[in-house]
Design a protein around this ligand. Sequence first.
Ligand SMILES: [Zn+2]
Ligand SMILES: [Zn+2]
Length: 135
Amino acid sequence: MAESLSGGCLCGDVRYEVRGAPVYVFHCHCSMCRRAGGAAFQTWAGLEADALTVTQGTPQSYRSSSFARRSFCGRCGGQLFYHYTGAQSPALWVSAGTLDHPERVTPDRHVFESDRIPWVHMEDGLPRTEGDPEL
Ligand SMILES: [Zn+2]
Ligand SMILES: [Zn+2]
């Protein structure tokens, strides 16, 4: 996997780089990711919390729960990052769909399978958990 990855939002106002390869990559079917991304599910690349450098622009952020903040472009609305700020060690998830080369990361599991929309079918053989990622 690549040593570093770059990406950005739809309009190009926000650009970022992340250092190192993702620790895990998962499809999240939870209703919050669905609404935040406006998509059937969201694919996240989990990285060390300090791996992110925003190289252009300033993402807006929204505290989506007591333990998380989600960042997005204030102009085009593109969903970029999920910052876990709860009791366990901090974590960063980067929206894989915003990477310049999303093919460089490989999803390894589905989470919140219990919330998956019935018409989303992915016969990829990956492990599935009912709820939270067990990481
Ligand atoms: Zn944008
Ligand atoms: Zn989710």
